[in-house]
Design a protein around this ligand. Structure first.
Ligand code: HSE
Length: 405
């Protein structure tokens, strides 16, 4: 079957490589048909590439090729990926993607277009890189009411935090290493400020509860405020800092969804997820906790998920997969700061008695080299707004949520 690839960056070139090297196994999975890459769309020139003859700069070469039934969109970003995907779906071609920004921003519109034309829009690679999570959530856990999801959803930040925790490495050096390994976004701000994890939370929340959640509904905090001092205090209580995306069911018409650094205690399934690995813990009311783990970024792991979707789309030409979500509404995603209670780690410049008079008895932490005017402590469970009220007269250096997952 003829297919096309739009975007020949890290993931797109990985897709072509996996198709080239795995067509024997792909044939078995499709029931006999190999995937044949007929076009590669990219504005750049790749004169020395072994697929040089397949490159085009004109999207219409793909749109107008009636033999191409499945297209992989690995361009990233909203435009022109949205316009191209929309036109392909309207023309009845199935599209598979690793583009989490597009699914998070425009997934509802694209799923509606696919519904209308009978094509499929699949996005297994958009969350967790090579980890199977979209199908397990929508199919294998279909009998459950989802109570919550907590995930390490960004490989770059997990890599950086692991290097800081285990090797005392400087933030910038660890980021550079993640970029060299092809984990980071084109603009790594999306990784370190939590925007990439936010987009993945949107996709998981939309899938888990059937209503589209947009990035501006997910309160998002990145890892740029995390220091080696915080790492040291938290390791003294057998914890690690992870960038977590959290989604909580509140009622049928209310959920909370947020991204932030969080303290995870040793012993949690999420605590030992290191380097570029991701893990997504899903809490279902029938199954309990299930955890999906694997490489969350990188060329071939992500390509593995994209090609799996291409195989699935090839097997479902003119057969619609039941998959997706509907529209949300105003007030559906609530402010977690008012609603979700949890303990917090606080580091501040303050005497212990001032902390005790605001919080009562708290657990104080210590680290080597701790200045005499610095305290770090873990509070009881409370909402973030209650915490901020209690901290009004305290000179805070950092606050990190403590998760129960
Ligand atoms: N920049 C992303 C990450 C790539 O580091 O997880 C995979 O989505």
């Amino acid at each position: 079957m003829k297919v096309a690839v739009m975007g020949y960056g890290t993931v797109g070139s990985g897709v072509v490589e996996v198709i080239d090297s795995h067509n024997d196994v792909i044939k078995k999975r499709t029931g006999g048909e190999a995937l044949e890459v007929a076009h590669i769309l990219d504005l750049r020139d790749f004169p020395d590439d072994s697929h040089a003859a397949l490159f085009t700069k004109d999207f219409n070469d793909i749109l107008n090729d009636s033999e191409v039934k499945v297209v992989a969109e690995t361009m990233g970003g909203v435009e022109p990926a949205f316009t191209f995907t929309m036109q392909l779906l309207e023309a009845g071609k199935s599209v598979v993607t690793s583009n989490k920004e597009l699914v998070a921003q425009k997934g509802l519109k694209l799923l509606e277009a696919a519904e209308k034309s009978g094509a499929n829009y699949l996005f297994e690679a958009s969350v967790g890189g090579g980890i199977p999570i979209i199908r397990p959530m929508s199919q294998c856990l279909a009998a459950n009411n989802i109570e919550g999801v907590a995930g390490i959803l960004n490989g770059t930040t997990n890599f950086i935090l692991t290097k800081m925790i285990e090797e005392g490495m400087d933030f910038d050096d660890a980021l550079k290493l993640a970029q060299d390994n092809g984990y980071a976004e084109k603009d790594p701000t999306a990784d370190i400020e939590g925007f990439d994890a936010c987009r993945k939370v949107c996709i998981l929340a939309s899938l888990a509860f059937g209503k589209h959640v947009y990035p501006n509904q997910v309160q998002t905090e990145g890892i740029t405020n995390i220091t080696l001092e915080d790492v040291a205090y938290i390791s003294s209580v057998k914890g690690v800092i992870k960038l977590l995306g959290q989604i909580k069911y509140i009622s049928d018409d209310k959920i909370a969804a947020f991204v932030s650094p969080a303290v995870v205690q040793h012993g949690s399934q999420l605590a030992s997820v290191n380097d570029v690995f991701n893990a997504i813990l899903v809490r279902g009311d029938a199954v309990g906790d299930v955890c999906f783990y694997g490489p969350g970024a990188g060329k071939l792991p992500t390509a593995s998920a994209v090609v799996a979707d291409m195989v699935d789309a090839a097997k479902h030409i003119f057969r619609k997969k039941i998959f997706g979500w509907g529209a949300g509404f105003e007030g559906y995603v609530v402010d977690y700061k008012d609603t979700i209670e949890m303990p917090f780690y606080v580091r501040a410049k303050a005497p212990t008695n001032k902390v005790q008079s605001a919080f009562g008895e708290v657990k104080f932490l210590s680290r080597i080299g701790q200045p005499s005017n610095e305290v770090a402590f873990i509070t009881d469970k409370m909402t973030e707004n209650q915490l901020r009220d209690k901290l009004t007269n305290i000179d805070v250096i950092n606050i990190i949520k403590v998760t129960s997952y």
